[in-house]
Design a protein around this ligand. Structure first.
Ligand code: ADP
Length: 519
């Protein structure tokens, strides 16, 4: 059977070999076993249902929450001579009726629909009337309430599917799945443990970098100029920021487009098409841009500001290098962005528990900017990816050849100060106590009487706060989730306080900042 699948891969798609995980998912699907495929962006998830769909005689149904992606996928299949269509709300009623009629006549090998289609009983009856081999759930993390982009309407599809007279083979596909999401999806889609295919999230062709202490506008101008023929995406947080960056780069004669939800649909479409067709090389956008955009030759993704969590960051950064060629993912860090993100959480309508969870995720994102660990490994650890990836050897931390300096003594002072302050305060007041400040709050709590008061008076407050962030990022301290994070001792603190473990830090990063300016 796999031989036939290999033939299909070659004849229709022109590829010689399957990528990691694809063959297993395809074999299971052809063998009518439900699967859950967890592969990184660009890992080649579509092939996992397209190849079995071509090997078996029946129709394959793909459910996707991304309307924009459906048309692209259908166009791609049609151009390969494969019969495919999509049915969604972007079509007129008449067109929808025509396509449904053609579906009933068995004219399509592949049909793409949005989750909402399953609200219709008529649609279910149509599915009952045709030979259907497989139902693929694209972006399956959106089904799970634990997923970062949960869509309740998608979850109800699962129970509707189970109302079909014959339940086809089910397949879930996603690039982002925590253990909770995986368990949830397994249960919903009836996937046994040995049918979960997890290829690991590592993206070997991507180089991750965190850039601190530089003027961000100067940085991107120089970067875009240097790589002016390469397609890239620059993500900003607000529409205003997008407009500003776009204006300033365009003024300098660079070939840029912009995209955000404040623009008309037509303007957005034009910008998107120009970028996809390589008419413009750089897209400056908010996170509204990218979901479902299949542009494989993006050579870099720069985040002009801190994203709200690592799930979003990795997904957005992961839009670079989908074709497998070397590409860069650069995050420009400025401490002020933490306040912006906190403000956005605070202003949101989320319930308190959810806000707390979001603060926790933001903290992990901030830790990414402060850690000395390999950035790729840091992300993989965050997603509990235990596929055994080693340090990437090329991210800004792996490449940082500055000497590691022993900071054990300073760390002991910070840790014991946090302890003496009752583990109830944040980084900035802790830094003030260690510097021996006469700040009103410091005196009010009597912290000037602590034995750790003034122990690190020779350090600048900014550097001390940075050092505390580093201790958080490396698990010596915990910044408890909340609007004002409270410092507590972390799991690595005890050994440091006992003097049995050293704290080593790459110092150049801190020193470099002193000469840099923030914008
Ligand atoms: P995903 O949905 O996992 O992000 P896609 O299905 O869009 O990824 O595939 C990403 C790119 O990889 C596409 O350009 C696709 O044609 C290509 N691709 C998929 N499978 C293979 C393969 N076995 N060999 C070579 N290229 C592949």
């Amino acid at each position: 059977m796999l031989k036939e699948a290999r033939n299909v891969l070659k004849t229709y798609f022109g590829y010689d070999d399957f990528r990691k995980g694809q063959a297993t998912v395809i074999e299971q699907t052809i063998g009518k076993q439900n699967s859950l495929a967890i592969m990184p962006t660009g890992g080649g998830k579509s092939i996992c249902y397209q190849v079995p769909g071509l090997v078996t005689p029946e129709t394959t149904l793909v459910i996707s929450p991304l309307i924009s992606l459906m048309k692209d996928q259908v166009d791609a299949l049609t151009s390969l001579g494969i019969t495919a269509t999509f049915i969604n709300s972007s079509l007129s009623n008449e067109e929808q009726r025509d396509r449904m009629a053609a579906l009933r006549q068995g004219r399509y090998k592949f049909i793409y629909v949005a989750p909402e289609r399953f609200d219709s009983d008529a649609f279910l009856r149509t599915l009952d009337s045709i030979p259907l081999s497989t139902i693929a759930f694209d972006e399956a993390h959106c089904i799970s309430q634990w997923g970062h982009d949960f869509r309740p309407s998608y979850r109800t599809v699962v129970s509707r599917v189970k109302q079909l007279a014959t339940i086809p083979t089910l397949m879930g596909l996603t690039a982002t799945a925590t253990d909770e999401v995986i368990r949830d999806l397994q249960q919903l889609l009836d996937v046994s443990d040995d049918h979960v295919i997890k290829t690991g999230f590592a993206r070997d062709n991507l180089t991750f970098q965190v850039v601190k202490g530089q003027s961000r506008s100067a940085y991107i101008e120089e970067f875009v100029r240097l790589r002016k023929d390469e397609p890239g995406i620059i993500y900003a947080i607000t529409r205003k920021q997008v407009d500003q960056i776009h204006f300033s780069l365009k003024e300098k004669g660079l070939n840029v487009s912009k995209y955000h939800a404040g623009m008309s649909e037509m303007a957005r479409k034009d910008a998107q098409n120009a970028f996809i067709q390589d008419d413009t090389t750089v897209m400056i956008a908010t996170n509204a841009f990218g979901m479902g955009i299949d542009k494989s030759n993006v050579r870099y993704v720069i985040h002009y500001a801190l994203p709200k969590n690592l799930e979003s960051y990795y997904q957005e950064a992961g839009r670079a290098g989908r074709d497998g060629a070397p590409s860069d993912c650069i995050l420009l860090f400025s401490g002020q962005d933490i306040h912006t993100q906190k403000y956005l959480i605070e202003q949101s309508e989320m319930v308190e528990d959810k806000k707390k969870q979001e603060y926790g995720k933001l903290q992990a994102m901030v830790n990414y900017c402060h850690t000395n660990q390999c950035l790729q490994s840091y992300v993989l650890d965050y997603f509990n990816d235990d596929t055994g990836a080693e340090d990437c050897g090329k991210c800004s931390n792996c490449k940082d050849d500055s000497d590691k300096v022993d900071r054990t003594k300073e760390a002991q002072m910070v840790l014991s100060c946090v302890k003496r302050m009752g583990e109830r305060f944040g980084a900035s007041i802790t830094a003030k106590v260690l510097r021996g400040s006469n700040d009103r709050k410091v005196l009010q709590f009597g912290f000037n009487r602590l034995s750790t008061y003034g122990l690190l008076a020779h350090l600048k407050e900014k550097d001390l706060v940075e050092f505390i962030h580093f201790l958080v990022a490396e698990n010596y301290l915990i910044a408890e989730e909340g609007k004002f994070p409270v410092l507590r001792l972390g799991k690595r603190a005890v050994d440091v306080l006992k003097g049995s473990a050293p704290v080593m830090m790459q110092v150049a990063k801190v020193e470099k900042r002193e000469t840099g300016e923030y914008d």
